[in-house]
Design a protein around this ligand. Structure first.
Ligand SMILES: *[C@@H]1O[C@H](CO)[C@@H](O)[C@H](O)[C@H]1NC(C)=O
Ligand SMILES: *[C@@H]1O[C@H](CO)[C@@H](O)[C@H](O)[C@H]1NC(C)=O
Ligand SMILES: *[C@@H]1O[C@H](CO)[C@@H](O)[C@H](O)[C@H]1NC(C)=O
Ligand SMILES: *[C@@H]1O[C@H](CO)[C@@H](O)[C@H](O)[C@H]1NC(C)=O
Ligand SMILES: *[C@@H]1O[C@H](CO)[C@@H](O)[C@H](O)[C@H]1NC(C)=O
Ligand SMILES: *[C@@H]1O[C@H](CO)[C@@H](O)[C@H](O)[C@H]1NC(C)=O
Ligand SMILES: *[C@@H]1O[C@H](CO)[C@@H](O)[C@H](O)[C@H]1NC(C)=O
Ligand SMILES: *[C@@H]1O[C@H](CO)[C@@H](O)[C@H](O)[C@H]1NC(C)=O
Ligand SMILES: *[C@@H]1O[C@H](CO)[C@@H](O)[C@H](O)[C@H]1NC(C)=O
Length: 494
């Protein structure tokens, strides 16, 4: 079965909504699909790539997950605060035991005052890479931008692997002292669950492949205004997103309304979301939608034929069904994730003079401090650590241990930090790593205070960005094969 839909479902704006209980059933199972023309079994909910969950502000959500896989799983609702229901967060062995094969779990929570663009994904090992992910949209009847768009469309961006995530982990990462470990290469990129793959590269190991898979087409009506919600659901890829011939007015990042900001390129990192308004007022034609995958691997050549130039089509209704001939505009206005201020948000003047807590997280390639554990990612002979400790999946969910004994002395392999309600915690994230990494905090959004390189200049008092996922700049200028030795550290304070 080819999973291709030329028709895109466009949701007209609902004006009248009442909070209620929304019930969903996610039957999680292997389904063979070919999102880029290459057929393979993927872990999907209800047989669909990007199965959407759409609710309204204030709703109570009941999601029954039936695990028809042959492995355990759990599902996380990325960006939702789970205020009062932390045990519904879905992080395997942190907030719950995974759902066994054949098992069922009911996730029940209230979305509270949160609105905007989120996503759900498996939170057991690296399973979401195999397809167990999708949008989670909370419509807002009080959306301050509601009068400025006519239609609401969700678009996912992801990287796609022909090898299963369990295979990638076992063969690439979870090998003790593996000096040849390398972040796995995706085989293609997908927009809206659709991409293309060069089958001649795959002939050796799979004949079930079709070239020139039709790209995803987003049809717009001339003169109408569209709110597009883009969600990066990738394992690793950051994308440079643009639409030929059109400016994009950004209005939301990670579920937070932003000041309206006109750009012609959006850099979107893993797990981040943006909404922008596009006015379909250009010449009636077809235009390329571009999601240029940023090359974080830096190889001289890509034996799997990975094409970084990922595309879809924006088509004005009535235009002939042919490929666009448009070219990308020069990037004049790129989105800055650190300064994209929250609409009516706080400025630095509103921050407290003293923080109640200061949390410091240093990521690095550290010496192997602990015995080789199942959850450790062992790269280039070193174990990655946070504050000189390597996380080892506990045998009892951390939240359960804490609820049974709030004084429990957790080991350094779990390393919880404690903050109290109503406190301000200054959090500094500081990697010693030659790659830029996104940082996400479950259950919260944070204000982005400053970002850059150590020994930085202080930020000016623009409105602060508030979001739940931010990229932390790489440590650059170092020596050695990985560049970590003696590099200048990037940081984000939040
Ligand atoms: C589970 O099923 C998938 C798809 O049939 C298969 O590729 C995989 O090897 C199985 N895994 C286990 C642990 O049995
Ligand atoms: C999985 O990875 C192995 C090792 O890199 C490779 O030989 C094989 O072709 C890959 N399988 C698929 C289906 O891509
Ligand atoms: C990994 O290397 C370290 C240091 O050489 C050694 O002590 C340890 O036993 C090795 N671990 C395994 C599982 O081989
Ligand atoms: C597909 O891969 C083959 C083998 O590497 C190469 O010769 C060919 O040019 C590629 N086709 C495209 C359209 O990139
Ligand atoms: C995009 O905005 C820039 C300035 O903000 C403007 O110069 C340019 O003409 C606009 N492009 C389109 C296609 O509207
Ligand atoms: C299209 O709409 C945008 C946003 O309202 C506006 O800035 C731009 O000038 C318009 N372009 C044309 C060709 O009318
Ligand atoms: C947090 O610090 C502020 C001062 O910055 C203080 O007023 C407040 O009581 C503290 N909150 C708690 C829970 O300690
Ligand atoms: C990291 O932990 C190891 C083992 O506990 C210790 O020997 C080492 O000094 C620590 N390094 C730093 C920088 O704290
Ligand atoms: C935790 O460790 C501290 C310091 O070593 C000790 O005082 C305390 O009794 C321990 N708590 C528990 C519950 O074991």
């Amino acid at each position: 079965m080819h999973f291709i839909t030329a028709l895109v479902v466009i949701v007209a704006i609902a004006l009248h909504v009442c909070a209620e209980t929304r019930v969903f059933t996610l039957n999680v199972a292997y389904t063979t699909v070919s999102p880029d023309g290459f057929a393979q079994p993927m872990m999907l909910a209800n047989g669909e790539i990007d199965y959407p969950i759409v609710v309204n502000a204030g709703d109570t959500v009941e999601i029954t997950v039936n695990n028809h896989l042959n492995v355990s799983t759990s599902l996380h609702w990325h960006g939702l605060f789970q205020n009062g229901t932390p045990w519904m967060d879905g992080a395997s062995m942190a907030t719950q035991c995974p759902i066994k094969p054949g098992g069922t779990f009911l996730y029940k929570f209230n979305v509270g005052k949160q609105t905007g663009t989120y996503w759900w994904h498996a939170h057991h090992q690296s399973q979401y890479i195999n397809g167990l992910r999708g949008p989670f949209i909370i419509n807002d009847p009080k959306d301050p931008y509601l009068s400025q768009y006519d239609y609401d469309v969700t678009m996912t961006l992801t990287d796609f692997f022909h090898n299963g995530s369990a295979y990638l982990l076992s063969k690439v990462f979870y090998i003790p002292n593996n000096t040849n470990a390398f972040e796995p290469l995706p085989d293609s990129g997908l927009i809206g669950g659709v991409g293309q793959y060069n089958c001649s590269v795959s002939q050796a190991h799979n004949k079930n492949c079709v070239n020139n898979n039709p790209l995803k087409k987003y049809t717009v009506k001339p003169g109408k205004r569209y709110r597009f919600r883009i969600i990066n659901t990738a394992a690793q890829a950051r994308y440079l997103f643009s639409i030929d011939g059109h400016n994009l007015t950004v209005i939301e990042s990670d579920g937070v309304y932003t000041n309206p900001t006109v750009v012609n390129q959006i850099s979107i990192h893993t797990a981040q979301r943006y909404s922008f308004i596009l006015t379909a007022n250009e010449t009636c034609s077809n235009y390329w939608i571009r999601a240029e995958m940023v090359d974080t691997w830096g190889l001289a050549s890509y034996p799997n034929g990975l094409n970084f130039d990922v595309r879809a089509i924006l088509s004005y209704a009535g235009t002939p069904n042919e490929d666009p001939t448009t070219s990308a505009a020069t990037v004049t206005t790129a989105l800055n994730p650190y300064t994209l201020g929250e609409l009516n948000g706080l400025t630095t003047d509103d921050l407290p003079d003293n923080y109640n807590d200061t949390l410091y997280f240093q990521f690095q390639y550290g010496p192997p401090t602990y015995e080789y554990p199942i959850a450790t990612i062992d790269i280039e002979g070193d174990i990655e650590s946070v504050n000189n400790g390597t996380y080892i999946v506990p045998s009892v969910p951390t939240l359960k241990t804490f609820l049974q004994d709030p004084n429990f002395n957790f080991s350094a392999t779990i390393n919880p930090y404690y903050v109290n309600n109503e406190e301000w915690a200054l959090t500094s994230v500081n990697p010693i790593d030659s790659m830029e990494h996104p940082f996400h905090l479950h259950g919260h959004s944070f204000y982005v205070l400053e970002a850059g390189k150590l020994l930085h200049a202080p930020l000016t008092t623009a409105t602060l960005a508030r979001r739940d996922t931010i990229q932390v700049p790489a440590c650059t200028g170092g020596k050695g094969s990985t560049g970590e030795t003696g590099c200048t550290q990037g940081f984000v304070d939040m």
